[in-house]
Design a protein around this ligand. Sequence first.
Ligand SMILES: NC(=O)c1ccc[n+]([C@@H]2O[C@H](COP(=O)([O-])OP(=O)(O)OC[C@H]3O[C@@H](n4cnc5c(N)ncnc54)[C@H](OP(=O)(O)O)[C@@H]3O)[C@@H](O)[C@H]2O)c1
Length: 220
Amino acid sequence: MHVVVNAATSADGKLSTREREQIEISGPDDFDRVDELRADSDAVMVGVGTVVADDPSLTIDDPDLQAERRERGDPPHPARVVADSRIRTPPDARVLDETAESYLLVSDAAPGDFVSQMEEGGATVITAGDQRVDLAEAFEKLESEGIDQLMVEGGGELIFSLFEAGLVDELSVFVGPTVIGGREAPTLADGEGFVEEFPALTLEHVERIDDGVLLQYVVD
Ligand SMILES: NC(=O)c1ccc[n+]([C@@H]2O[C@H](COP(=O)([O-])OP(=O)(O)OC[C@H]3O[C@@H](n4cnc5c(N)ncnc54)[C@H](OP(=O)(O)O)[C@@H]3O)[C@@H](O)[C@H]2O)c1
């Protein structure tokens, strides 16, 4: 599976405020770029922290992009994938609505009645890992469901884990013209942090978009 992480940060590397409140970092042109990236993906993934904070739909906005997907035999929107070890995703979350397919990656610690509730609601539940989702194992199972191109939109906890597991192929960061600050504010990669063997990136593309800059890396 090919995994592209895409996120927008402030100039000081924050994903959102210390209250985990999403602010507008990108402009309209970057928004269109993200819509295209979603349209090129089989699935779009977030961590449950992002679902709880933002309740994103992760669907494609542009009707033309939806039509292009239909023309090539794909559903109009990519599937949505949430890493959610114990099922904290609210049943009325937008990622679970009927607009597109939904996958919940859970661990063995997920309560059985929550799993049944999600399955009855139409989501596909994939179990991998003991206490927390084993991302490598879960990705193998996603691949067997036909997901070859995966876009990950955050947040910082999930992105760090993906780098730690060596599962990221490309990283795109839009750095917007603002400062959020706050030592508790989520950054692009949170988790425990690396103290050695830092992932190495090769810068492939730099572009000014809106009033910010897009940095595109491949992971070595
Ligand atoms: N600017 C942007 O582009 C952007 C994009 C997305 C999000 N955000 C912001 O980011 C913030 C949310 O980020 P976040 O770091 O709190 O949450 P997150 O990365 O979205 O979700 C983290 C949660 O995912 C679950 N998870 C399951 N398996 C995991 C694994 N193997 N590794 C890591 N996490 C795993 C964990 O909860 P369990 O232990 O319960 O499973 C973990 O707490 C929000 O404020 C949102 O607004 C910004």
